[in-house]
Design a protein around this ligand. Sequence first.
Ligand code: HEC
Length: 106
Amino acid sequence: MKRTAIIIVALLSAGVASATTKSLQLPPDAVQLKPNALPGYALAQSQCVACHSAEYMLYQPPSAARAYWDAMAKRMKAVFKAPVADADIPVIVDYMVKTYGNEQPK
Ligand code: HEC
């Protein structure tokens, strides 16, 4: 009886020891929005990367014009219920088109 108890304690402490030395592999950091001084940057950070990473912006064609980004932002709101205020959309679109679209600085 006493012997069994000792074995259990040994097993438990082995379990604790291995738990503390376990290392956790996290996936690589998600792609972040490209920072710049445009006011839409902060808005996009709070409103455009809650559901998906900024990788989605990266994969849009660099030739995409303002109208494309405008439609995209409005689609996010209408279809996916992105909590974006209408007044913020042009500001976010300005950031998107100048950062990922066809108004990027050459
Ligand atoms: C409520 C969640 C949500 C928020 C907030 C959101 N999106 Fe999305 N977004 C999605 C989903 C879901 C998809 C994938 C839809 C698909 O594949 O058609 C997506 C896809 C995209 C894509 C990839 C293009 C595409 O057609 O799939 C872009 C670009 C994008 N979002 C931009 C934005 C921008 C800009 C904002 C901020 C105005 C934003 N998203 C905010 C849910 C969201």
